[in-house]
Design a protein around this ligand. Sequence first.
Ligand SMILES: [Zn+2]
Length: 491
Amino acid sequence: MATRVETSVAAHPRFEPVIGLEVHVQLLTITKIFCSCSTRFGAPPNTNVCPVCLGMPGALPVLNRRVVEFATLAAMALNCRISQDSIFARKNYFYPDLPKGYQISQYDKPLAEFGFIEVPADSGQKKIGITRVHLEEDAGKSLHEGFPDSDEKTAVDLNRTGVPLIEIVSEPDISTPDEAYEYLTRLKEIILYTGVSDCNMEEGSLRCDANVSVRPRGQKEFGTKTEIKNVNSFRFIREALEYEISRQIDVIESGGKISQETRLYNANEGKTYSMRSKEQAHDYRYFPEPDLLPLVVDDKWKAEIARALPELPEARRARLVKDYGVTDYDAQVLTLSKSLADQFEQAARAASNPKRVANLVQGELMGRLKATNLSIERSPISMAGVAASADLVESGAISGKMLKELYDLSFDLDKDFPEVYEQQGRPVQSTDTSALEAIIDQIVDANPKQLEQYRAGKKTLLGFFVGQVMKASKGQASPQLVNKLLSKKLG
Ligand SMILES: [Zn+2]
């Protein structure tokens, strides 16, 4: 959430930043986009290759149907309009890890356009436009370390060539580094919900480049932009943008000019460095890929794909608040991943009282997680454990006080609730009827006035008696049993 107090960059009196983001997301298909080679990460170098992805003359690409379905699903989740016809194009450039000398991408007719993501902003929600979502193949990888003579040689691993990517290009609607951070967080969350990518930044399944410029406040035209490439965490992107925005303002204020260039972020120093001057789009000499037909996603196919669209995080949060009475904050935490939200709902539905599960998550689990600085994914008590504990309280088998103790123990031992409950020899509540009846007699005798009122029809006083008995039993009595015995005694 945009709670950080922004440093000079967002609050600068004379300049405002303009930011656009390009995100590459690797799709989780088993095989590559134009051949049947495996996409598995971490295979020995140059083992997942064939004439097609090596770019051998005469080898022909065949489009992977699943890639189109995944990309379309992601684009739908990002509120895009899916084009019925899109065209693959050759993007020509030379690079050692690109044996074909071109990359198959999409250019003037992308798969999807006109989407948006909503991010929290000071004035409520802000829509960040998505210009386009297009399909492309990944290039290979130059290796500069990790093999014997890496001090004097560079090696090339082509396992990654032809791995399917979508590129998601935002409109230059982002005005602060914090908004960029929020946009990326939402984007990743949405993509993860669709299940089309694991968005693992360490393995390069999600990569982000940022275009940033500054302009005098109130001016319509954009300033000259720089592109920050290959930053490997959202936090670093925010830092890189903060640095780059101040740098640009400094250059302009001291009478200099921004040159259009690609810059790299050095996270250790917190600075960006010029890498190369930026090629213009026409340098790539895009032209339609002659070996592939136009891609047609017709209404029928679109409808089929749309059936796989899950409930997305924003909608799910709203529903959790409505259905289970959790707070906005808890709904946020519970929907961090789809699997967590699924677990919660499964637990809530399996338990005899869903609301109690929500209450336990909110009242007992979240606080302990916060206190022990654990994420909910690392919680010793699983959602199934919460559900089990909720049912035990519900049935009167354990008291609220015992539940708290067992939760503490679960956290101390780093074990799930059911295991701790078993280990503790199922701390049986006082179900010793005679002992309980003695307590009840005492309480009833000690409160003749309430007894009279109760017998005169003020039935709500039962709660008062139950409370007194529970207190006298130091929370050890089963509320159910107390209820039963009390009702009998009071008549
Ligand atoms: Zn291949």
